[in-house]
Design a protein around this ligand. Structure first.
Ligand code: SAM
Length: 321
């Protein structure tokens, strides 16, 4: 049976204020190519076309989406778009403390915050910046203003943040706070990456957690819109999630399509196949023709991983993860 494709991830910029080791290991050049970032009206127009093709949920990502000066306007315009049932953001949380209230008021439903370590030094090693304090304040604020759920994404890289000392505080956060702490398997995005051997299967993370807190209970009643599998440590306010993108590819459940900051549609994160929508829009103003083009991509999406050579090298930062 074909998956229902109803989820669009939009990278609204490729600019970022962090330099996470696993995210843009290619070079700094990707960071300097700012000129093709879509304007607010272009993003809105394209998303609204996708809504006509069945998209109901939109996630804004990047780069860092909170670096866009018009991010509140974008969320607000999306929330008043008929057909969109859910709007979320994936952010590194550095500017979240000051944005959380505005985002909630603009109509944001949910938020994912990336935090790979709660140790200040290791956070700095991973991201290049001593900003963990900003992020933890951002998480508190997101909970306080009522964004729900608040999810924490932690990419675990062997030898960097894979030790017990890193995993346990992250897992403990799900006991103390009403948040879902999700362990994301590192996906290698570059052949030359120094992190070649960085992959840690989530089964190892689970062992560390269970060794400390006892067996974790299946919480499959928690249904996200993505591939995470949820569990609960006993008496916890939140939950633990595992996203096993490497150890078990979940193409059969993939319901998402991606739009890059420069108007390229990617039906599959791992496939080289992409379509230049911006170019099509500059050549055609016939909405029917554009809708047909989008409809065809959505219809064929389920085949992309299977029929294409996997992409060996890409920048997560430009696609949005
Ligand atoms: N700046 C925002 C942030 O930090 O969350 C949004 C963009 S970031 C590219 C989106 C997500 O992709 C983050 O949760 C990040 O951890 C994840 N990500 C980036 N590179 C990854 C990799 N090589 N393997 C697995 N996840 C990755």
């Amino acid at each position: 049976m074909l998956n229902q494709i109803d989820y669009l991830r939009v990278s609204v910029t490729n600019k970022c204020n962090l330099k996470c080791i696993y995210c843009h290991p290619l070079s700094d050049n990707a960071l300097r190519e700012y000129q093709d970032i879509m304007e607010l009206n272009e993003i809105l127009y394209i998303i609204r076309l996708f809504v006509k093709c069945g998209i109901k949920r939109v996630r804004l990502t990047g780069g860092e989406p909170l670096l866009r000066g018009d991010i509140l306007q974008l969320v607000s315009q999306l929330s008043s778009t008929e057909g969109i049932e859910d709007i979320s953001i994936t952010t590194n949380g550095v500017h979240l403390e000051s944005f959380a209230e505005g985002l909630k008021a603009a109509g944001l439903n949910r938020i994912n915050i990336s935090v790979d370590s709660l140790n200040r030094d290791i956070y700095k090693t991973i991201t290049g910046f001593d900003l963990l304090g900003n992020v933890t304040k951002g998480i508190q604020k997101a909970i306080e203003v009522g964004l729900n759920p608040v999810k924490i994404n932690s990419v675990i890289v062997k030898g960097v943040n894979s030790s017990r000392e890193e995993i346990i505080p992250l897992a403990r956060m799900s006991i103390d706070l009403p948040v879902m702490v999700r362990f994301v398997e590192y996906y290698q995005t570059s052949k030359d990456s120094k992190l070649n051997k960085g992959f840690v299967p989530n089964i190892e993370i689970r062992k560390i957690i269970e060794h400390e807190f006892g067996s974790i209970d299946d919480a499959s009643e928690i249904k996200g819109y993505g591939p995470a599998k949820y569990f609960k440590i006993k008496n916890s306010a939140g939950a633990i999630g595992f996203i096993n993108g490497r150890s078990s590819m979940f193409c059969d459940k993939c319901n998402r399509i991606r739009l890059s900051y420069d108007g390229k549609i990617k039906p599959c994160l791992y496939s080289a196949k992409q379509y230049d929508l911006k170019e099509l829009l500059s050549n055609s103003t016939n909405e029917e023709e554009i809708l047909q083009f989008l409809g065809k991509i959505i219809q064929e999406k389920n085949q992309y991983t299977k029929i294409n050579k996997p992409l060996k090298e890409f920048s997560m930062q430009s696609i949005g993860g």
